[in-house]
Design a protein around this ligand. Structure first.
Ligand SMILES: NC(=O)c1ccc[n+]([C@@H]2O[C@H](COP(=O)([O-])OP(=O)(O)OC[C@H]3O[C@@H](n4cnc5c(N)ncnc54)[C@H](OP(=O)(O)O)[C@@H]3O)[C@@H](O)[C@H]2O)c1
Length: 467
């Protein structure tokens, strides 16, 4: 039974229960003269994931609510406090062995889409002698990895590569919950860490994601405990989402973001900002040399595989239900996920600290939406009209269980019309000059075409997600 300060999502609360809690609060507040029910957003429970936070937020709403700037400052402050918590006393690195010739990699989150592609590229490199793929439980890892390879169009035989060892563990547990022997082998042999595993969920709050920040701190300590002359480099897979509150007129540069307010808004982006800062401070206070890679939007793999929970597949499914697709302005620099993974592996020896992996040759959104409209056999309508249909689905009792876009409604509401040279659904132009210099394959990626759209839709149809 969770206490008043326990995060209910870390104790098994799911989206249905979150909706039930919110509906109960709305119901109980209906007769309140003081609480403006429209100020209780869809993600109210996710944003206030403890009993105490829910009670405090309701009390604030009864007192007249809190203004947007106040809320942004409050969240930015919580982010700064978390950075402080995870940047105390970095262990001192002590070299006790000679440099090791063989490259040995520890990579996290390989059961996911990007992780599977990263693993494939790592295994293909002759200068890498061993790859340890560390994933969270359950322990049927061989099966899960094989399934992810298959789903993502990767040869499933790779799971039996003599260079691969699959490990089930927990970054937050002592010795990552590995045997003392396995942990020591890792500590003594690893020359590169690729930290890719993350909860990709745009609903949960920063406090729910805190264990991921804590886990990254454990990885930093692990790297600094290496006996090699230099600790392993630590590549952190962040996200271009950290720029979510950036001003439209700006270019998002491959450099640190000192102001947390730029990343405020989603627990996901806030957790990435906090982790970037922890790594930046680790680099200042120790000999660790982290590399922070911020992928932009990743699109389907060569077999068309695209996580059905990602916003664009969700938009496709929702559009099939409503019978029309939205017209979206601007251009897109989405990069197919397998190309992003290749570039990410190519930058492993880069001396750069921040790199943005997105498509160097963006295309107008129209180049994607027109073929999609033909393939799905539904017309394009003004965005406002499409959103209106989504709002109508959201107001129905069956809402999110029928239309997956209801769960992302705040994201779809955030749409702004932009000029043709601006990124669609993104507040800035994402500069990638450093990444293009560091990853030779990036500039060779062909622009997205109708063929890619065909690949995504046929994959999602075969998976039963689109009809
Ligand atoms: N897809 C994009 O467009 C995009 C864009 C920018 C950045 N990224 C970043 O790329 C990385 C991989 O994303 P993806 O698209 O490949 O997502 P994905 O398919 O959902 O894979 C996520 C991986 O992280 C693991 N994971 C999830 N929650 C975890 C937790 N609480 N603790 C430990 N491991 C956890 C998953 O393990 P299970 O298999 O056990 O769930 C899986 O291996 C993430 O860091 C993400 O932030 C992705």
């Amino acid at each position: 039974m969770p206490g008043d300060d326990d995060d209910i999502f870390q104790h098994g609360c799911d989206s249905l229960q979150a909706t039930w809690i919110r509906n109960s609060i709305l119901h109980a507040s209906t007769n309140s003269q003081n609480i403006d029910l429209t100020a209780i957003p869809t993600n109210f429970v996710y944003s206030n994931p403890t009993v105490r936070m829910l009670a405090e937020m309701l009390a604030k709403l009864a007192e007249g609510g809190i203004s947007k700037p106040q809320e942004i400052s409050r969240r930015a402050n919580v982010m700064e406090v978390m950075v402080k918590k995870y940047t105390h006393e970095f262990p001192q690195h002590m070299a006790t062995t000679e440099a090791q010739k063989a490259q040995v990699v520890l990579v996290t989150g390989t059961t996911g889409a990007l992780g599977s592609h990263i693993l494939t590229h790592l295994l293909a490199l002759p200068d890498i002698s061993m790859v340890y793929a560390l994933n969270r439980p359950p322990s049927n890892l061989r099966e899960r990895q094989s399934h992810s390879f298959e789903k993502n169009g990767i040869d499933t035989h790779l799971v039996d590569s003599s260079k691969l060892r699959l490990l089930t563990g927990d970054l937050n547990a002592p010795r990552f919950d590995l045997s003392a022997q396995d942990f020591d082998t890792l500590r003594e042999s690893v020359t590169l860490v690729v930290h890719n595993g993350w909860q990709v969920n745009f609903n949960v709050s920063l406090s729910t994601m805190e264990p991921l920040v804590a886990g990254t701190r454990q990885l930093i300590d692990f790297a600094l405990a290496s006996p090699h002359p230099s600790p392993p480099r630590l590549i952190f897979v962040s996200s271009a989402g950290v720029f979510r509150k950036m001003n439209e007129s700006n270019t998002a540069l491959e450099s640190p973001i000192s102001d947390p307010r730029i990343s405020v808004g989603l627990g996901y982006t806030e957790s990435k900002w906090v982790t970037e800062r922890v790594l930046e401070i680790a680099a200042q206070m120790s000999v660790l040399s982290p590399v922070i890679v911020r992928p932009g939007q990743l699109s389907g793999a060569s077999n068309g595989a695209w996580n059905a929970s990602d916003w664009f597949p969700v938009l496709m499914r929702s559009s099939q239900l409503s019978g029309h697709l939205p017209i979206i302005s601007g251009r897109i620099s989405w990069i197919p996920i397998h190309h992003a993974a290749k570039a990410l592996v190519e930058v492993r020896n880069s001396q750069e600290r921040y790199l943005h992996i997105n498509h160097p040759n963006p295309v107008p959104m129209e180049h994607i939406l027109s073929p999609l409209s033909k393939i799905l056999g539904i017309p394009l309508v003004p965005y406002a009209e499409w959103l209106e249909a989504l709002e109508a689905s959201a107001s129905r009792e069956s809402g999110a269980s029928v239309d997956p876009a209801v769960r992302l409604i705040d994201f779809f509401r955030s749409y702004r019309e932009v000029a043709p040279d601006q990124e669609a659904f993104f507040p800035a132009v994402l500069s990638n000059a450093v990444a293009v210099r560091s990853a030779p394959s990036l500039s060779l990626v062909s622009p997205l075409t109708a063929e890619d759209v065909e690949g995504w839709t046929s994959y999602l149809r075969q998976a039963g997600y689109l009809s």
